[in-house]
Design a protein around this ligand. Structure first.
Ligand code: FAD
Length: 459
């Protein structure tokens, strides 16, 4: 096999796959270098298995909110874990390798390191690229330096998404998205879960009402929520792990799950050779080009821009297009720039209730100095009350008063995830509220909240 390519992509997660498929479709000889499994964290230890663990609990809770639907008392963990295993193909990536080869990529197994200009060393084998090298190595859990932590076994998101048995009890440290999702998934499967968060409420990066609604949902699932808590040490014995907190109390369980954030995977990658720091994100422009190195591109979690699969894949499409359009006459593809990263990143927290948001929070918009108007409403519309008895949800719309366009929307409530794309379109399309008025939501759907928001705005 020749080791000469036009493009070398390091990291075969969802982002690397997309960047590589794009350059191969543009006629460039493309290598995809992967150290573990083609499909990356997302397919095997993140998005897919976490959502497969959560979905059955949501379906059961949704059925319980509609009197007359016969449901069992609890989930069947064996079946839930079996279905989760099928979504990860039992951690076998042969299907994804087959897809990659079908897309015209050369899959190279091994750990890639930047070895020089347009050169990548894969465990001693040197690949060269005529056009570009694209770094899509993702991220790894950020582990806090807690006294005693290195002496006890602990879980990261990998163990939390791939465990083959329901833990009898689980202490989750960190109330971000992964922390709340995994706390609820395992609690609903029967684990006795304690969630320790440092702030007043979980989900500190979202609007406060969203974190409060999720906290209520977790408590209803018997998750013990410890707020305002700072972990100061860990110890373990006899199959139990104890987490000591700064107020002198402690919480314990059979397993400790650390969900205190992610770090760009730029270790052992040779980035120092080009003036970058291992462990830090690779700073890119909107075409994905790494600052100061004209043949080096990056996309996805490794850039620290938006740690989300869909946003990384969007950046990958921009990178692929930028490389192809610089190389040959392209098809009429869309502009090779990932500009939405700055203003319109949609995100869903797949707890029950769900949180779906796009654009800025109120605090971010104010910090940016925008003249905004915030419209808050309960999601109490005909569609929601038909959807579920006792439906509880809230919506917030943030309007840039200067342009009369939306700059941020958050929904929190059961089954709001599918509402968010309309908000994304409104923000990206810079649709004025006056024009949005003519997008009439169907009756009776939860989307009627859009009409109520615009009415509350004054239309
Ligand atoms: C528990 C959890 C749940 C999540 N749920 C969602 C969700 O529902 N929706 C969502 O949008 N996002 C979710 N995310 C975030 C999502 O997983 C990431 O944003 C996404 O995986 C990033 O894709 P990536 O390709 O950049 O990186 P990754 O998926 O991390 O892939 C990087 C790949 O690069 C490989 N690699 C690393 N270094 C090298 C090297 N030197 N040589 C060769 N290969 C290398 C790795 O083995 C890996 O396969 C979740 C994350 C977690 C942890």
């Amino acid at each position: 096999m020749s080791d000469d390519f036009d493009v070398i992509v390091i990291g075969g997660g969802p982002v690397g796959e997309n960047a590589a498929a794009r350059t191969a479709a543009g006629g460039l000889r493309t290598a995809l270098v992967e150290a573990e499994r083609v499909g990356g964290e997302c397919s095997y230890w993140a998005c897919m298995p976490s959502k497969a663990l959560l979905r059955p609990g949501h379906a059961l809770a949704a059925a319980r909110r509609v009197p007359g639907v016969p449901v069992g008392a609890r989930l069947d963990p064996v079946e839930v874990l079996k279905r989760r295993n099928s979504f990860t193909s039992d951690w076998d990536d042969s299907g994804q390798v087959e897809w990659a080869e079908g897309a015209g990529l050369t899959v190279v197994r091994g750990r890639g390191r930047l070895a020089g200009e347009r050169r990548v060393d894969v465990d001693g084998r040197v690949l060269t690229a005529t056009k570009a090298v694209v770094v899509c190595t993702g991220s790894v859990p950020r582990i806090p330096s807690l006294p005693g932590l290195s002496d006890v076994p602990y879980w990261t998101s990998r163990e939390a998404t791939s465990a083959q048995e329901v833990p009898e009890s689980l202490v989750v440290l960190g109330g971000g998205v992964v922390g709340v999702e995994m706390a609820q998934a395992w609690a609903r499967l029967g684990s006795d879960v304690t969630l320790v968060v440092s702030g007043e409420r979980p989900l500190p990066k979202f609007e406060a009402f969203a974190g409060d609604l999720v906290a209520e949902g977790l408590r209803e699932d018997r998750v013990r929520l410890v707020t305002g808590a700072k972990a100061v040490g860990v110890s373990g014995s006899d199959g139990r792990v104890e987490l000591r907190l700064s107020d002198g109390s402690s919480v314990g369980g059979a397993h400790l799950l650390i969900t205190t954030g992610r770090q760009p995977a730029t270790f052992d990658l040779g980035v120092e050779r080009f003036g970058f720091t291992a462990g830090k994100a690779l700073d890119v422009d909107d075409t994905g080009r790494v600052s100061g190195v004209d043949w080096l591109y990056a996309a996805g979690d490794v850039t620290g821009r938006a740690l989300l699969t869909h946003q990384g894949k969007y950046a990958a499409r921009a990178v692929g297009t930028a490389i192809v359009t610089g190389a040959t006459d392209p098809r009429p593809w869309t502009a090779p720039v990932a500009t939405a990263d700055h203003t319109a990143v949609p995100q869903v927290v797949f707890t029950d209730p769900e949180v779906a948001s796009v654009g800025w929070t109120e605090a971010q918009a104010r910090e940016a100095g925008l003249d905004i108007r915030v419209v808050d409403l309960d999601i109490a519309v005909a569609g929601s009350s038909l959807h579920a008895d006792g439906y509880r949800g809230k919506a917030r719309m943030i309007v840039d008063e200067g342009r009369r366009t939306l700059v941020g929307v958050t929904f929190a409530g059961p089954d709001v995830a599918e509402l968010i794309h309309a908000a994304t379109i409104a923000i990206v399309g810079e649709v004025t509220v006056d024009r949005l008025w003519h997008a009439v939501p169907a009756y009776p759907t939860i989307s009627e909240v859009w009409l109520r928001l615009l009415e509350a705005y004054g239309l």
